[in-house]
Every structure is written in C-alpha cells, then in structure tokens.
Ligand binder design. Structure first.
Ligand SMILES: Nc1ncnc2c1ncn2[C@@H]1O[C@H](COP(=O)(O)OP(=O)(O)OP(=O)(O)O)[C@@H](O)[C@H]1O
Length: 776
C-alpha cells in the first residue's frame, strides 16, 4: 500500500511534535540534573560543617552519629536521583533520534473509534503527563503489534483480556527525527522492514530487534508463567536475540522487584559476552550478569585441580583420534554427561553413608596428629545418620575438640618451650596480663615462672594450630579426589560400554596427576556438594542458558540446584550439538523433569533469519530434518565450492576470495577452520597475503574485519561472509563432525564459500547439486 504525500507529511508533523515534547522534557531534566549535581557537590563540601561533631559522651556521640547518618542518607538519595535522571536523559536522547518504530490503530470492543498507539523503546507522556505519545514496546498493549495484523485482536493485561480490532498497522524507520521510510503491513511484521534490517552488513556487535520481533519470538519474550522455558530453534532463528529482549522485558515488567543483578546469562565463551553486550544498553537497560559454566567450575575447583576447559576437550576429540585411549575417553565423556552417572553416584553416596569415605590425616610439623583411621572412626561413630553435610559439620566439631586435647599435650614439648623463650616482650606481657586477670599468680615466684611458661606454651601451640583449625572448618580432612577416584575403581561396568576398565583407569590416572578433565568437573563438583553441602545462590531469579545443546543433563541438574529460586530459560539447537557428549536423541526432553509437571513450556522456532535463502537451502541438506527449517525470503548468491590443488593453492584461493569480499563491502569475514590447530596453520599461510586476525580461546573481544577462527568458537556468532577453509573428507568425514560442519555453514549471513583440497566431504552428498556452484 503506498502512502499519499499528505499522509507522510502528517506523520512527519507528529514526529516533530513528539520530538518537541521530548526536547522540553530533556531540558527540564537537564536542569534538574544540574541542580541535583550542585546539591551533591554542596553536601560533599559541607559534609563536616553540617554535622555536629561531638564525641564527649555516649549521648552526644549518638547525636553525632545520627546527624552524620542523616547527611549521608540525603547524599545517597540525591545520588540515586541523579543516576535515575541520567538514565532517563540517555533514553530520551535515543528516543529523540527515533521516537517510535510502529503504530497500531486499535478499537476496543466497546468503543467505535480507534486509538492510535505508537511504539518505541521507551514511554513518552505528553505535557500533562496524561496521554501516551509513545508506548514502551514492553507495555501490555504493545503486544498487539507483535501478535496481530489488521482485524480482530486481543491482549492480556494484569486486569484481564482486552479484545477489539486493529484497523491499521504501520511501520516507521526514523533517523535523526526524520522519517526515512514508512509502510503499512499485514500479519507478520513487515517483510520489507525485515528485508532491510537483515540485508545490512554485520558488525562486531549484536543488534536489538525490537522493531521486528516476530510473533513466535514474542511468545518467548513475554512468557511469565513457565518456570522452565525451553526453546528449540533453528540456526539463526533469533534465540539469542529473543533471550536478550526477554531480559529487557522482564526488567520492565517487574521493575519494582527485579534488578539486572538477579538475572544471569550463561554463554558459550567470553568472546560471546562481548558480542552481545551492547543490546541491553541500547534499549536503555542495564546488562544482566554474564558468565560461562567454565568460569563457575574454575571458581569452585580451580584451587584443587588444573581444570580442563570445554574447548580443550573439543580440540582433543577432534584431533586425537589416532592416539591411544581415544575411544575410551570419548566413551567416558558420554557416560559422565548422562543421568546414568547421576544415579550411580547417588547409590555410591548411599554406600558411603555406611562406610568407605576416605579421609586425610591431620598432620602437624610433618607428623600425623590425627590419623585417617581415627577420623573415619569418629565419622562413622556419629549416631545421627542424617544427611552428609550435617554429619560433616559434626565431625569437624569433634576434630576441633580432639585438636584441643592435642594442644594441651603439646604445650610442654621442648620445641614449644624453645619457641616460647623466643617470644618478644609484647607477647610476654600478654601472657602476664592473662595470668593476672585470671588471678593465677601465687606468691611463689618459681611456680609463677612455670605458669607463665605454660601460658606461653599454650599461646605458641594455638598460633601453630590456627591453620589446622581453619583446615578443619573447611573440611580439608576429606579426601574428595580419592572418594571420586574410588567410585571409578569400584564401579561396575554400566550398560553398553566397550572400554569401561580403560576409561576408569584413565580417570583415576588423571586425578592422580591433579588434573580434572572437563567431563569430570561437574560430576566431581556434584559429589563434593552432596557431601559438604550445596552452595546455592538464592538471589538470582532468572537463569538464561544459551547454546543449551552444549550442556549435559548432569549440568542442567546441577544448575537447577545451584539456583533454587530461579526460573530458567533454555535456548538451543540440537542440530548444532557439536560436543562428543551430545550426540543423538531429543536431549531437551529431560529438562521438563527438573520442574513440576506443567511448569515447563516448549517453543520451537523454525524460521531462520540470519542467512539468505540460498545459504539455508544449502546448509539444510547437510542435516537430518533440515527441510523443516524455513528460510526467510531474502536472496543472495549461491554458496560456492572451490577445488584447490594443494595447501598453497588453497591459501592463495582463500586470500583472493577475501579480497573480493572486502571489495564488495563486507565488514565481517570469517575463515572458519575445524580446529585450533588448523586455524593456526591457516593463519600462518594467510597472514602474508591479507590482513587477518587469529582468534583463540584467550581472545576476549570481537572486532570487525577478517578473522581465522576454529569452528567451535564461531558458534553463536555471525558474519557477513564465511569461508570454510578445508572441507575435505579427511577433515569432515566422521559422523560426529556433521553438526560441526553444519554449524560452521550457518554462521554466514550473505555469502558462504567452501574450499577443499582433495576429495570433498561426503556430507555434501545430501545437498542438491544445483544449490551451490563449483569452482576451480
Ligand atoms: N525478529 C527479528 N528481526 C530482525 N532480525 C532478527 C530477528 N530475529 C533474528 N534476527 C536476526 O537474525 C540473526 C540471528 O539471530 P540470533 O543470533 O539471535 O539467532 P540464534 O537462534 O541464536 O542463532 P544460532 O543458533 O545460530 O546461534 C541476527 O542477526 C538477528 O539480529
């Protein structure tokens, strides 16, 4: 539908009016901010003048304290207002540039005339503070815009459902207060606008999608009922985008009670954190907390072990297939990810309750003070067979008592007396004072001297025992690595396992070297927590897990326990299950068991927005069920496959393609290699010919330009153009590498180019030969 000249003018006039109002509000806010700032400076300057300082007696002191506290309170209240005003000011600045992006004319059932509802990233009220010039996109009424086209429509409010009719749905692109484009749309939010948004070049930062949120995404964003929201979404279907918009929505919906600190996003790697970090600030919201599961494991276990990270494990599974013990390790990775291990471990814990825990002797100056057997005896002698953590605490108390007895005995040992004699004057004085206070001095100076020595001896022993006591309080007498090891020494073969003994032996050996493999980290931590007591986080209200296909069932069970008061939003794509532990089956099904029946909701996203139709059609041939993925109708050139003669030819051809892509104006170009090893080699070959950056685990940030990156690190991100460095059968031949290959292809927005030396991967057999172009 085309817009008449007059309509356009009228719309621009309205923009002008709103901008005027925003200007006024900004002006008065700025003035307010200025005043508050002046006040703050003033208070700070006069802080000590305004409080009455008087410390002469208790009453006065209290007065002084009160007056100081009052001043401090006034100051912090002012500072809070200042911060709020400044946030508001920033939001208005953004709104001034682009006050809204959508409009619906909605007539409630009972009324004949429609109200015009404009949607932007924040609320703008008119001068009287009565009418909404712009509604926040998260307001209840705004969901109409995302859920319906013209015709009957309804939305939920806290007070109930409001039904009516949409007469018009219009979209705007406004830049610097000028309407750039304007169109009316049907049910789905304008393909035109989406086309425009998606056709753009990518940059190093993820964008907000408020203006074009799709109906099925809106369901995810606004869900308030589910305790567990599970999203299975195709590559590029907007899972991460929806998750971030959902955070913004929750912060708005529960603004009185929920803060950004109470929301945690688990992301795949630190680089990803930087990639998504601008989305929320762009919407005028504070960022939620971001972490990786590895970061958590490190924090909990890093002092005890050298903990392997998931990408090291990945690199091993992708490169070490010819090494001894490879199969056993991969088998172990799968077993240790499963709830079979969880069950076996629970049984083990039941056995441990009766006997078999392993302790460390408490040693002092190289000698055993309390032997292991004694600790064991004490532990299993505790009558109360309640839960482990309580028994541990009781044991610690018994050991502390035992330690006191030892201290008593030790007091008169020669080394103690020697140390006591070496004590300085001050310490002597303290011993003296103590005896006086306790009225233990007699008239006999010889006895008194002995007593003094006794007290000094006690002081010496106590000083030396301090670390022991601390250790006992931290339950360091428990030998957890040995307890974990023992499990693998005793555990009988579980199910279909061809390399059981070898896997167990490997596990035991690694632990003996102070190493904890990634697959062992969560089970180990679980065992530790079950025995010592779970450390939970009761502050967090919402946990988001992105790239959820990478997590094990075991890890989910763990997260659930770690955040007992949180709702969970779990987003992933089973077709991108690239870890060895994650092959096959609907692994999200088990998630519903973490909560009560009816508390879990599943949403499936089939539409893919990232890549052109040509790229999706190519990539979906690589996986089973790929035909269920619906490409968004945006066209580009067909993917290409270039045959290279050898490694040198390969690098030359890749470099030439990179130059072409840069000339065509692509900002972000990724050369994706299978492994870190291959990435390094490719980088060495390319760096002389083109300006490239090598990305590894330790890379924290993400910038525009050309990068060389291992496949598993590129996960979750997107690039204007993707070049797959070497897609030979040798590199991508094992069935377990299929999803890795697919994941790499789906990182491309506009162009996808494959290169190969020798026979190309068999995975391409599933792809229609017409869907890509062969080059030499
Ligand atoms: N409603 C939308 N409007 C505009 N762009 C969208 C929309 N939904 C998704 N996109 C765009 O599609 C691309 C892919 O989105 P996103 O990274 O969130 O997908 P994903 O499902 O997390 O992908 P993957 O599983 O491959 O990591 C991004 O560029 C995003 O901006």
């Amino acid at each position: 539908m085309s817009m008449t000249e007059r309509e356009w003018q009228e719309e621009q006039q309205r923009v002008d009016q709103v901008v005027q109002e925003i200007d006024q509000q900004m002006e008065s806010l700025e003035q307010q901010v200025g005043e508050v700032r002046a006040d703050i400076v003033d208070i700070r300057k006069n802080f000590w003048d305004d409080v009455k300082l008087n410390f002469s007696d208790a009453g006065e002191m209290y007065e002084t304290y009160r007056s100081m506290k009052q001043q401090a309170d006034v100051l912090s209240e002012h500072e809070r207002n200042h911060r709020l005003a400044q946030t508001q000011l920033k939001k208005l600045q953004r709104l001034r540039r682009s006050p809204y992006f959508g409009r619906i004319d909605f007539a409630e059932e009972s009324e004949s005339s429609a109200e015009q509802i404009y949607l932007g990233i924040g609320t703008v009220l008119d001068e009287e503070q009565e009418n909404f010039l712009v509604y926040d996109w998260r307001a209840p009424v705004s969901s109409l815009y995302y859920d319906y086209g013209p015709g009957p429509a309804e939305y939920e409010t806290p007070g109930g459902t409001v039904a009516g009719r949409i007469d018009l749905k219009r979209q705007y692109v406004i830049r610097d207060a000028e309407i750039v484009s304007l169109f009316d749309t049907g049910v789905t939010i304008g393909d035109e606008l989406l086309q425009e948004v998606l056709g753009k070049h990518g940059d190093a930062q993820m964008k907000s999608i408020v203006a074009t949120i799709q109906r099925e995404q809106n369901q995810i964003i606004r869900d308030e009922r589910s305790k567990m929201l599970v999203v299975q979404g195709a590559a590029g279907s907007g899972k991460t985008s929806a998750a971030l918009q959902r955070v913004a929505y929750l912060l708005y919906r529960y603004r009185e009670t929920l803060s950004a600190q109470q929301i945690v996003l688990f992301s795949p790697n630190p680089m990803f954190n930087s990639y998504v970090s601008t989305v929320l600030p762009e919407l005028g919201e504070e960022n939620m907390q971001q972490t990786t599961f590895q970061e958590y494991l490190e924090r909990r276990l890093g002092k005890m072990f050298q903990v392997e990270d998931p990408f090291e494990q990945m690199e091993y599974t992708l490169t070490a297939m010819n090494e001894l013990g490879y199969e056993a390790r991969v088998e172990g990775i799968k077993y240790k990810a499963s709830t079979r291990l969880l069950t076996a471990m629970e049984e083990y814990l039941d056995r441990l309750a009766q006997g078999g825990l392993i302790f460390r002797a408490i040693k002092f100056r190289g000698e055993v003070l309390i032997p292991r057997e004694r600790i064991k005896e004490l532990f299993y002698g505790i009558d109360d067979i309640s839960v482990f953590p309580h028994r541990m605490r009781a044991l610690a108390d018994l050991l502390l008592e035992e330690l006191n007895v030892k201290a008593e005995e030790m007091r008169n040992e020669p080394w103690v007396e020697e140390e006591a004699e070496l004590m300085d004057k001050e310490q002597y004085q303290r011993a003296h004072n103590r005896l006086r206070k306790e009225k233990r001095y007699s008239e006999n100076s010889f006895d008194d001297f002995a007593r003094e020595l006794d007290v000094l001896g006690e002081m010496v022993v106590q000083k030396y025992f301090k670390p022991l006591r601390r250790g006992i309080n931290q339950l360091r007498f428990l030998n957890l690595p040995a307890v974990y090891r023992q499990f693998f020494l005793q555990q009988k073969k579980a199910g279909e396992t061809a390399h059981w003994e070898e896997m167990c032996a490997q596990t035991v050996e690694r632990l003996e070297h102070g190493k904890l493999a990634y697959e062992d980290a969560t089970p180990f931590l679980y065992l530790k927590e079950r025995i010592e007591g779970f450390q939970t986080n009761t502050q967090v209200r919402h946990v988001f897990v992105d790239e959820a296909q990478d997590y094990t069932e075991f890890q989910f069970a763990f997260l659930r326990r770690l955040f007992p008061h949180a709702k969970m939003t779990v987003l992933g794509d089973l077709n991108q299950s690239i870890f060895a532990h994650a092959q096959g089956g609907d692994r999200f099904a088990a998630l519903s068991e973490l909560f009560e029946e009816g508390e879990t909701k599943r949403i499936v996203l089939r539409r893919s927005y990232r890549s052109t139709r040509e790229i999706i059609e190519f990539a979906s041939g690589l996986i089973e069920g790929g035909d269920e993925i619906e490409p968004f109708n945006r066209h580009g050139s067909k993917p290409t496959l270039t045959q290279a003669a050898d490694e040198q030819d390969l690098a030359a051809k890749v470099a030439a393609r990179i130059r072409d892509l840069q000339e065509a104006g692509h900002q972000t170009v990724a050369v994706i290699c299978k492994t870190a090893e291959e990435s390094r080699a490719a980088y060495e070959r390319l760096k002389g010919a083109v300006d490239v950056r090598l990305i590894g685990m330790e890379t924290g940030g993400f910038e525009a330009g050309v990068i060389v990156i291992p496949s598993y690190l590129a996960k979750g991100m997107e690039f204007d153009a993707v070049l797959l460095y070497n897609t030979s059968q040798e590199r991508y031949g094992r069935e377990s590498e299929r999803k890795l290959f697919y994941t790499a292809c789906t990182r491309a927005m506009h162009e996808l180019h494959l290169f190969t030396v020798g026979t190309v991967s068999e995975f391409l057999a599933g792809v229609e030969s017409g869907s890509y172009e062969r080059l030499t």
